[in-house]
Design a protein around this ligand. Structure first.
Ligand code: OAD
Length: 248
């Protein structure tokens, strides 16, 4: 499934960077975006994941994100998330750059997580920008009202990146640093079509990293990586970690 060379590269690596996408959380029961039955097959991004949609119909957008938040709160990290935590026993610095907003890398125990697209479990006021507790949103939605800030009555939104918005301020810097200084780069469970995250695997390769992709389906980068490992993250990553444990 994977080569001895990968195990050797990981054994000698000081730094590993991992880019994850919705596929790593699929085995936790969280739908991906672009697979059959995925989120963007059922919903139009334009109707829900942008600031105009939010201002036009805040209750609809708050309600949709509340539903997605409840799905992730009911989910548990899986063997793929846990394998990345175990990798920290073998490598000095493992940086996980995730496009996922589901908080599962943090809940699994990864130490260095770059949240490229935010985190759905956090919410903030669009006027005064203070954090607002999710329970306040739940109560407002159940009353049929848009959720507002307890301090200034501003509308409350999830702390996620919508289409047309900038990434969180330090996310690109931290991701670029990890990508260009790593010895091994793993791209796991992402269709690698949404920029700028999609640029990171080839940026790592140009900087000299050994680049590996884990995905049951091929993506635009599969032909250009050092190893393409076809399979689910929850099986492939634990298998790699078992080999690494044996080789230690
Ligand atoms: P996608 O839904 O585009 O892609 C999910 C990928 O996971 C696909 O390539 C699948 O083949 C793969 N996959 C499915 N099951 C898997 C498994 N068990 N193990 C490993 N891989 C598996 O999701 P992302 O690439 O994360 O952005 O999408 C990127 C961004 O597009 C998201 O962050 C979101 C979306 O619009 C925003 O909301 C800003």
């Amino acid at each position: 499934m994977y080569s001895d060379a990968l195990i050797d590269h990981l054994r000698s690596a000081d730094r590993v960077a991992v880019l994850t996408g919705a596929g790593i959380s699929a085995e936790s029961g969280i739908p991906t975006f672009r697979d059959p039955g995925g989120i963007w097959e059922k919903f139009e991004p334009q109707e829900l994941a942008n600031v105009e949609a939010f201002l036009e119909n805040p209750e609809l957008v708050q309600g949709w994100y509340r539903h997605r938040r409840q799905v992730v709160e009911d989910a548990e990290p899986n063997d793929g998330h846990r394998a990345l935590v175990r990798l920290e026993q073998h490598v000095d610095l493992v940086t996980t750059i995730t496009q996922n907003v589901d908080d599962l890398h943090n809940r699994a125990g990864s130490s260095e997580v770059v949240e490229f697209h935010g985190n759905i479990t956090r919410n903030y006021c669009t006027d005064c920008e203070q954090d607002v507790d999710a329970a306040r949103i739940d109560a407002a939605i159940e009353d049929g009202q848009p959720a507002t800030c307890p301090e200034c009555e501003g509308l409350v939104r999830p702390d996620v990146v919508w289409f047309g918005e900038m990434l969180p301020p330090d996310a690109m810097d931290r991701a670029s640093e990890a990508t260009t200084t790593c010895d091994v780069f793993l791209s796991v469970g992402t269709s690698t079509v949404v920029y700028p995250a999609a640029r990171l695997p080839m940026l790592a390769k140009e900087a000299g990293a050994y680049v590996v992709e884990v995905n049951p389906d091929r993506t635009p980068i599969s032909g250009n990586v050092d190893e393409y490992l076809a399979g689910p993250a929850g099986e492939v990553l634990p298998a790699i970690l078992s080999s690494l444990d044996k080789a230690a």
